[in-house]
Design a binder for this molecule. Structure first.
Ligand code: NAP
Length: 344
């Protein structure tokens, strides 16, 4: 292809090689390529300018070879969710200027080959960045995993781990609106303060200050847990199993404590599944996209009525992406990290 007037330089964050064990900043490489600002004729693709990119644990999982058949190939741009503007379209349902959210790449401009998996953004009277968080994939995850898997009822006792993260903060607020008693765990006193004073959790604790998770859970749930919304796995899951009530539900949304381990930890207290007749179910958001319109209507209404809030940390520039992802895993970011790639 000749370099023409529609060719622009395209800053990208590339994956150096598949990642096993702890993710390092050097696993991601900043590079500048060239992109043709046209969707090829007959391709049904769209060419977008990325505005916000989500910093999600999911992007790190995609760096493992064979992850959900969807891994990022070494040398390619990191894949992740984002908000973007259509610059050119070869797809009948998308036109220049449309705002969309969905899977894109960590780069300034992306060619989206299957735009039918992107969502058009129609409501722009909320921050656009929310479509990487409360109105995007983490929001839908919280909604679908809570309402579809947890069978929540008013008065249920709910525990959510990594509660101040993108998914956790939303789950806790949906559960409060439903009339549940909600306790969250998080990794710093500031996050605990947010859970209690910003998101309206009944209680919260700093798990890093608790030498014995079983004792901590018994303190907050003397009568046991009805619903555990699992975000972390490992030792917390083991302690939760000792504290579930009969017919309790565990929705397995994530297990972030395991993602950087080469060998996953074992779980010891599985016998409680029998004693307590517990139901535990894994969740993948892709199976619930049909719920998006219903979720969006409800959540937009809650946001506009001031019944739900969302905390995000906007990080400037694509080049800050790798360090933000490392800081997310280290627990050093409060709320949802969002990378601002370009102006709206
Ligand atoms: P998140 O919870 O904000 O994840 C980052 C947080 O995890 C960190 O800030 C840290 O918070 C905590 N963390 C990191 N290492 C930990 C460890 N070893 N033990 C305990 N906590 C640790 O991310 P999110 O986007 O809201 O997602 C929540 C979970 O849902 C993740 O596990 C994610 O993979 C999963 N997820 C699943 C789906 C699905 O379809 N199944 C979709 C979206 C998300 P602290 O400071 O509190 O430790």
């Amino acid at each position: 292809m000749d370099k023409g007037e529609e060719d622009v330089s395209n800053k990208q964050v590339l994956l150096r090689d598949y990642v096993y064990g702890s993710l390092k900043e050097t696993d991601m490489v900043l590079s500048t390529g060239t992109t043709h600002l046209k969707a090829p004729q007959g391709s049904k693709a769209i060419l977008v300018k990325n505005i916000y990119l989500a910093c999600d644990p999911y992007s790190r999982e995609l760096m493992k070879k064979g992850f959900l058949d969807d891994s990022i190939k070494p040398g390619s741009a990191i894949a992740g969710f984002g908000v973007a503007k259509v610059l050119d379209s070869d797809h009948p349902e998308f036109k220049v200027g449309d705002l969309v959210w969905g899977m894109t790449k960590w780069e300034e401009y992306s060619l989206i080959n299957k735009p039918e998996f992107m969502f058009k953004i129609h409501n722009t009277d909320v921050p656009l960045s929310y479509y990487t968080g409360i109105l995007g994939m983490p929001g839908l995850t919280a909604y679908a995993c809570f309402f579809e898997l947890c069978s929540p009822k008013k008065g249920d006792y709910l525990f959510v781990s990594s509660a101040s993260g993108a998914v956790g903060q939303i789950v806790g607020q949906f559960a409060k609106l439903m009339g549940c008693y909600v306790v969250g765990s998080a990794g710093s006193d500031d996050k605990v303060d947010l859970l209690k004073n910003k998101f309206g959790f009944d209680e919260a604790f700093n798990y890093k200050k608790e030498p014995d998770f079983d004792a901590a859970l018994k303190r907050y749930f003397p009568d046991g847990i009805d619903i555990y919304f699992e975000n972390v796995g490992g030792k917390m899951l083991d302690a939760v199993l000792l504290n579930m009530r009969p017919h309790g539900r565990i929705a397995v949304c994530g297990m972030i404590s395991q993602y950087n381990l080469e060998q996953h930890e074992g779980v010891h207290n599985l016998v409680n599944f029998i004693f307590k007749r517990i139901r535990m179910e894994g969740f993948v958001v892709y199976e619930h996209v049909h719920l998006y319109p219903k979720f969006l209507d409800l959540t937009l209404q809650y946001i506009k009525e001031g019944k739900m809030v969302f905390i995000e940390d906007i990080i400037e520039g694509l080049e800050s992406g790798p360090s933000a992802l490392i800081r997310l895993f280290a627990g050093h970011i409060v709320g949802k990290p969002v990378i601002r790639v370009s102006s709206e």
